[in-house]
Design a protein around this ligand. Sequence first.
Ligand code: 6R9
Length: 632
Amino acid sequence: MMQIKSLAEYEETYKFSVEHPEEFWAGIAEKFLWKKKWDKVLSWNFTDPQIKWFEGAKLNITENCLDRHLEKSGDKPAIIWESNDPEKPSVTLTYKILHEQVCRFANVLKKNGVKKGDRICIYMPMVPELAIAVLACARIGAVHSVIFGGFSAKSIADRINDSACKLVITADGSFRGSKQIQLKEVIDDALIGCPTVEKVIVLTHTRTPVSMLKGRDLWFEDEIKLVDTICPAEEMDAEDMLFILYTSGSTGKPKGVVHTVGGYMVYAGYTFANAFNYQPDEVFFCTADIGWITGHSYIVYGPLSQGATTLIFEGIPTYPTPSRLWEVVEKHKVNILYTAPTAIRSLMSFGKEPLEGIDMSSLRVLGSVGEPINEEAWHWFDEEVGHKNCPIVDTWWQTETGGLMISPIAFVTPLKPACATLPLPGIQPLLVDENGKEIEGNGVNGNLCIKFPWPGILRTTYGDHERCKQTYFSTYPNLYFTGDGCMRDEDGYYKITGRVDDVINVSGHRIGTAEVENAINMHAGVVESAVVGYPHEVKGQGIYAFVIYPKLHDEPELTKKDILQTVTRVIGAIAKPDKILFVTGLPKTRSGKIMRRILRKIAEGETTNLGDTSTLLDPGVVEEIIASAQQL
Ligand code: 6R9
């Protein structure tokens, strides 16, 4: 429908999109279903910032994801679900069935007092009901805030309170490989400190015993029986809030990135259809969790808005064996596989054997997301998985961008290994130096910014617009700053080099160093800590913590485990440091700032050239840290 077919067409489209952005995006938006068209395509400034797309338009995103496909594709699979347990049968929901389930659950929410604009927290396993819950919120105009199943009770409580959620949708538990997570128990702990939550709807999944509080907790299965299958879609303004998704930054607590209905829909749909070259009747498999932006945009909204078949996989690539991911591809004849470098590296470590005898000839396009992919992993993906027959789209984007930004278009963009290549139509990247001066020409490095809005850009950070302004629009005036470093090579191709702020990318997940430090500092006995990233073979980056703990007794290893336990409690297991080094002091400037640059070098094992150390208050501290780091 809106697919670009050749490099010449890409170049022409790109040029038009930059010269006439409003006309370009209006043309794309025409392909969607609106209850009323817009009065104005775009109004914006990057100083407040204020960005509005398709102002005056009315729509409901679920009519685009469900209703509009019913007539022609009602019996087409919308969702295929594959369990964590390979013995369990998979489940297929056609568009007709998914539509009915979403309408039913939307009625459940209504019956429990949920109204347009209310915030709903979703903390669920990767099951079809998660997608149903998300879409049911959108159906009635409630704002969903999905929280990844690996976060702790405290993290959940902070997020629920930040956006004053009224209702929580969860399950008894979830399966992840050989592990089980007691989701309801975590929610129960979280809700002790969440006065705004009135109801909790609990799906039965792992059949683990749960406590159900009278007057507050309800079973999903009971509720859904009691309601009608018809639920008219709420008429939404294009700029009404669709969802909040919390993400880590370089300072303090996570921020609630806000996306709105119209622009997000157009952007997720357009980028999905183009970059992956989705063809009717193909099966699209994105291995992300719906708790992250990749799952929002490329498991739920992007594919469904295009009438695609999307696969939801509950498990992990290596359970029960390192063949599992490939078996899922074979079983469901997956055509497009979108995964993360960390998963590729982990599977690569098992060699070729797990791939033997598995028929993956259905694969046509491969995708990578979440962190820079290293060349070795890229070639392995290309050769062993794609048999050099499948283009790899290395898609660079962020929670804040709503959809893919710099990415090849499959079968269109000439590829380079481990390179995000060129901006998609409508995206105007530029590189700047530390002073905000644009770096022109090719063969250059700089900080990656975007100079013009696109429909999927975040609109604010929930409840704190100033923070949105400070984080993204103040570093360089009139530019959106991504927080990433980037190289533009001799051919004008973009290659992302990684974060330039204090964010660590662990297995494709963003973790703020300040958050981890705050968690470690909460541990009794810890005086101070500093956290940096270091290269990790599978995770991309690992977390290295330097901790001042003066009363170290004769069981330091146990103390390390205690600290890990505290981090797990405060943030979640995903933020656990990979290495802890006890130190007696941290390298500081005379003004008391920790010199992370030096710690990063030590964590990387690069201690011969520490750079300028003249501003150090006490050089002796560094010598001592280096000596003990070598023994770790
Ligand atoms: C979609 C997603 C965003 C950060 C981003 C960057 C890194 C994502 C990448 C990539 C190099 C790619 N990142 N894709 N780096 N190449 N193809 O991951 O969103 O969780 O918000 O993370 O991830 O550093 O700034 P999010």
